[in-house]
Write a protein that binds this ligand. Structure first.
Ligand SMILES: C[S@@+](CC[C@H](N)C(=O)[O-])C[C@H]1O[C@@H](n2cnc3c(N)ncnc32)[C@H](O)[C@@H]1O
Length: 263
């Protein structure tokens, strides 16, 4: 069930990225393409466009469906082994937070600067990623059997200390940021991905921080929206939040255009 949930969400996210592409593009670079779900979708949607996927995992690249118009490149960002001004569009779906986490903010900055260099004039960047919703407190209840999961998550999660406390009648009070990491990482506990998932956060940068990174790398932001509600996760795990709580969505979709020399 958790897998189905993840797949349905992923399809929705990929559709949102594809829907952003409204201009003719002859070449697209997919950063951190993984097994190529998006690259394949892009190739199917734009059959005359060259799609290049780059990823540092040889294993994931080997799982990519072979297609005539899709090439796979093994590479480790921030290095991007392409000629300047060679792409119309670069997409980065759920990869920037990994670069931020595993290589640090400077490497992320450098990645975005390199992306700006290899985009053609007026080229576009589309980013879809997790974001930090902030530390406002929220109250929630979880089924008794999930309490142990929360304790286990608190014990195993490495990026920062997770704190929560119990208020009246079984309500637990926690920051939105910690809540989002908990709810979106329960599935990983005791799975083969536990170590990796417990060492990185799903709430790496706020909207403002991401926007600044993108602007500092030479882009003008044209559009941002939030995507993917947490409702299905809450329903699946039997978690309730205090009535009237406004839960943030899980992802930000940001579109930006390479700034011209005179801008
Ligand atoms: C969460 S997955 C997202 C995969 C794909 N974009 C998707 O949405 O299905 C992140 C991907 O980024 C790749 N990745 C992480 N850091 C990288 C780096 N420094 N250089 C190249 N690829 C990287 C990982 O190998 C992984 O395939």
């Amino acid at each position: 069930m958790a897998e189905l949930l993840a797949k349905a969400h992923r399809n929705k996210r990929l559709s949102a990225v594809v829907a952003c592409i409204t201009r003719d593009v002859s070449s697209i670079l997919d950063l951190g393409c993984g097994i190529g779900a998006l690259a394949t979708r892009l190739a199917d949607t734009f059959p005359s466009t060259l799609v290049v996927g780059i990823d540092r995992s040889r294993y994931l690249l080997s799982k990519m469906k072979k297609k005539k118009t899709v090439s796979r490149i093994l590479g480790d960002m921030p290095t991007l082994p392409f000629r300047n001004q060679s792409f119309d569009l670069v997409v980065a779906v759920q990869v920037l937070h990994e670069i931020f986490h595993f290589k640090g903010p400077k490497a992320l900055n450098r990645t975005l600067q390199n992306v700006s260099g290899l985009l053609k004039k007026d080229g576009e960047l589309v980013i879809l990623d997790h974001f930090n919703p902030g530390d406002a407190p929220i109250s929630f209840k979880i089924p008794e059997e999930m309490r142990n999961k929360l304790l286990e998550f608190q014990r195993k999660f490495k990026p920062r200390k997770i704190t929560y406390y119990e208020s009246s009648e079984g309500w637990l009070r926690i920051s939105l940021r910690d809540f989002c990491d908990f709810v979106t990482k329960i599935w990983a506990l005791n799975s083969e991905l536990e170590e990796e998932e417990m060492s990185e956060t799903h709430t790496p940068f706020t909207h403002q921080e991401l926007k600044k990174l993108v602007q500092d790398a030479g882009f003008r932001i044209t559009h941002t929206i939030n995507l993917t509600s947490l409702d299905r996760h809450l329903k699946y795990y039997g978690i309730t939040v205090e009535p009237a709580t406004r839960l943030p969505n899980r992802h930000i979709l940001l579109q930006a255009r390479k700034r011209g020399e005179r801008e």
